[in-house]
Design a binder for this molecule. Structure first.
Ligand SMILES: *[C@@H]1O[C@H](CO)[C@@H](O)[C@H](O)[C@H]1NC(C)=O
Ligand SMILES: *[C@@H]1O[C@H](CO)[C@@H](O)[C@H](O)[C@H]1NC(C)=O
Ligand SMILES: [Cu+2]
Length: 167
């Protein structure tokens, strides 16, 4: 009886651990480059973003020297035109952490000088749920949700079996 109880407890912990795998990720923008005027132009941050998977709950970390740069979340129009007249939000102290609370497209620029025009701008697409490993710029597909559901279902099933064994 004790070992069955242990098994049940282990399964509950295993379930919790698997849920933990989809926990929030911290993305350091540009990795070691940081948040600067990129030497190679705007391609630097689009390449970086292309290698990331952003999910609601994740955090962007913009590393920059306070006073040298800043980070503003802006609309797509402001991102395209490098306009800093009415940003959605502005952080002037580096490093700056921004939590991704909403799915969909997010746009960030540096508002100092002509940094944005020179390529200090970032566009990302945030998925509502953990997407497939291949898709970081595509929105989550129904298939992904189905996969998550089936994993959840599998665990409910295993827990039910454990409960039946116990009683
Ligand atoms: C991912 O990063 C590598 C270099 O680390 C780069 O060559 C590649 O183009 C990037 N992938 C995408 C989708 O941008
Ligand atoms: C995201 O939500 C947290 C907690 O509610 C809040 O503190 C934070 O300001 C939000 N971030 C953005 C970018 O809206
Ligand atoms: Cu800047």
């Amino acid at each position: 009886m004790v070992s069955k109880m242990n098994m049940l407890v282990s399964m509950v912990f295993l379930g919790a651990a698997i849920r933990g795998c989809s926990a929030q990720t911290s993305h350091v923008v540009g990795d070691s480059l940081g948040w600067v005027v990129p030497p190679g132009g705007p391609i630097a941050y689009s390449t970086w973003a292309g290698n990331q998977t952003f999910v609601v709950g994740d955090t962007l970390v913009f590393t920059f020297t306070t006073g040298a740069h800043d980070v503003a979340e802006v609309t797509k129009a402001a991102y395209d035109g490098c306009s800093s007249t009415s940003p959605i939000s502005l952080q002037t102290t580096g490093p700056a952490s921004i939590r991704l609370n909403q799915s969909g497209e997010h746009f960030y620029i540096c508002t100092i000088g002509s940094h944005c025009s020179l390529g200090q701008k970032l566009a990302i697409n945030v998925a509502a749920t953990t997407p497939s490993p291949t898709g970081s710029t595509t929105p989550p597909t129904p298939g992904n949700s189905a996969a998550s559901l089936s994993v959840a279902g599998l665990f409910s099933g295993m827990l039910s079996v454990a409960v039946v064994l116990l009683y």
